[in-house]
Design a protein around this ligand. Structure first.
Ligand code: NAP
Length: 296
């Protein structure tokens, strides 16, 4: 980068906390903002500045990274009198790492263009454990020169940067990836429910997956304990996948495409969410399948 980056990180949730911590470990100058100030304590103890509002954070930084839940949360931290856009942030860089829709990203890109803010949409693949170990894949959309300018920053949070094209290409690629994650999780959960109904130990599914050169995949391994122990503390909260399934369906529809498998999974996720399980790990759909789809 031409200037030493002074990074302002907004959103210290499951992912953001680990990503901001990895930026610190890599030696970057990091300041933070989080709506619930309790989650900033860890960073204050490490000597980071804690801004009272996103606008103040933007006033002290030349790169802002947002990792908040959804478009409403992004509006809260970017817009209004206390938001990032209320600061004089022209010429600086905004990186959105959270998952939103391509339509929302396009809107953000236009606002940034008007304010002369350089905008990158850079959602990530990999959940909490991979965020903690710095092994996320950064899916970058935006001006290629700006993406390469911030590459050292992105590589402090992830193991690779994939350049997808002008924004919202990073977001579009992320939705393609999450379609796969949604379907892999549903496949595992439904297979485990079937195994139980047929009197086969579900752990045998994982034994076969581990032996198979074609099906042995890190994601299945990552979800093994959730499925076998029916333990659903969140690495990727179900509410976020429900949001993403809806973005996927909406974006596909805008392009004239139906996605019947993802549509079925959206219904399953919604059923699970309406049970009150939005904050549990996505793999809790196992319980929803077992509880609600029993016919005898
Ligand atoms: P999370 O643990 O639920 O954290 C959400 C963050 O958003 C928190 O910092 C929260 O602040 C903030 N937030 C929510 N509503 C807000 C509002 N109205 N105003 C200001 N801040 C608000 O979520 P996460 O798992 O870190 O995920 C963050 C994003 O990354 C989501 O878009 C998700 O889809 C995406 N993602 C997640 C994973 C994963 O495996 N977890 C992987 C890839 C991408 P408070 O602390 O004040 O509530």
């Amino acid at each position: 980068m031409s200037l030493p980056p002074r990074i302002g990180f907004i959103g210290l949730g499951a992912m953001g906390r680990a990503m901001a911590e990895n930026l610190l470990k890599a030696g970057f100058n990091v300041s933070v903002y989080n709506r619930d100030r309790m989650h900033t304590r860890f960073f204050a103890d490490k000597g980071c500045a804690v801004a009272p509002a996103p606008k103040d954070l933007a006033g002290m930084c030349n790169v802002i990274i947002t990792m908040v839940a959804d478009p409403d949360a992004l509006d809260c931290v970017l817009q209004g009198p206390a938001g990032v856009f209320a600061a004089d942030f022209g010429g600086n860089i905004l990186i959105n790492a959270g998952t939103v829709s391509p339509a929302y990203t396009r809107k953000l890109k236009d606002i940034c263009f008007r304010l002369r803010v350089k905008f990158i949409d850079c959602p990530v693949t990999g959940s909490k454990p991979l965020a903690e170990s710095g092994k996320l894949i950064m899916l970058a959309g935006g001006d290629e020169k700006t993406v390469s300018e911030v590459k050292p920053v992105l590589l402090a949070m992830g193991k690779a940067v994939v350049y997808a094209g002008p924004a919202p290409a990073g977001t579009a690629l992320k939705l393609c990836m999450n379609l796969i994650v949604a379907q892999l999780t549903s496949a595992l959960a439904e297979s485990a429910v079937l195994a139980e109904r047929l009197g086969v130990a579900p752990k045998l599914i994982f034994s076969v997956l581990a032996e198979s050169p074609a099906l042995n995949c890190g994601y299945f391994k990552m979800k093994e304990r959730n499925i076998l122990d029916k333990e659903f503390s969140p690495a990727f909260a179900l509410k976020h996948m429900l949001k993403d399934a809806r973005f996927i369906i909406e974006a596909a529809a805008a392009g004239g495409q139906r996605l019947p498998v993802t549509e079925a999974i959206e219904k399953l996720l919604a059923k699970s969410y309406n049970t009150g399980w939005g904050g549990k790990d996505l793999s809790v759909i196992l319980q929803t399948l077992a509880d609600y789809y029993k016919t005898v």
